[in-house]
Design a protein around this ligand. Sequence first.
Ligand SMILES: Nc1ncnc2c1ncn2[C@@H]1O[C@H](COP(=O)(O)OP(=O)(O)OP(=O)(O)O)[C@@H](O)[C@H]1O
Ligand SMILES: [Mg+2]
Length: 252
Amino acid sequence: MINLENISYKYESEYALENLEFKAKEGEKIVLLGNNGSGKSTLLKILAGLIFPSSGKYFYKENLVDKSFVKKRVKEFRKDVAILFQDPDTLLFNATVYEEVAFGIKQLGLDVDVKEIAKRFEIEHLLDKNPLKLSGGEKQKVAFCAIFATNPTLLLLDEPTANLDPKTTGWFIDFLYNLDVTTIISTHNLSLAYELGNRAIVIDESHSIIYDGDIKALFQNEQILLKANLMHKHKHKHSDVFHSHFHIHDWS
Ligand SMILES: Nc1ncnc2c1ncn2[C@@H]1O[C@H](COP(=O)(O)OP(=O)(O)OP(=O)(O)O)[C@@H](O)[C@H]1O
Ligand SMILES: [Mg+2]
């Protein structure tokens, strides 16, 4: 379904991704891990066909995804591939939550009941509200509902749980677990990563993939976790005694 051939991406003169290669099959649930600035959001934008590699090739269902492909097949491609941005405000621009969810459905001429899908996302009580006046977590849920409403084949989710409380995070994990859609999800949260997929792709600060494989095996690989800054050593306090040892970061 996805085939990345040696892609790199540069914003002006700086590399944000360097020589990435991987393939993904339909139905896979991939978790994208890496520290701030490693290139996770950039990679998701490339996969969504919003920006294009500076070098290398991206194939989606055997099609080379470049400017002319996206232009020619815009409706079909945007229906197939949905992206949830790290900042949900980027996606919200309608006057009410109802219109927000209805927007993509109308654009693509689909037969989807807005109230029905809002119910599934537990946001029916927000339908008349202005999306920009919601809390961070509510916005994230509305944005997710809006992109999900068009029934995409590939879901690209950029830090989807960043604003969610524990209960909503639990709901989100269960929702994704029961979903038969190919998903690529970025997160810093290692304990959550384990619940979100079975394959991990780790990008380090040199903007390259340093691990691609089983997520359970990644947890045993201290060297990779340290290299990707997903684990680090810091001082902290245990019953009034300061000491330091290695920690896995999962508080973000
Ligand atoms: N619009 C932009 N213009 C210039 N440089 C950018 C732009 N967006 C991102 N970058 C740079 O590209 C690199 C990768 O950024 P990206 O947002 O993909 O990282 P990320 O892994 O998603 O980080 P985070 O965990 O903080 O969300 C960073 O060095 C960043 O400074
Ligand atoms: Mg990001």
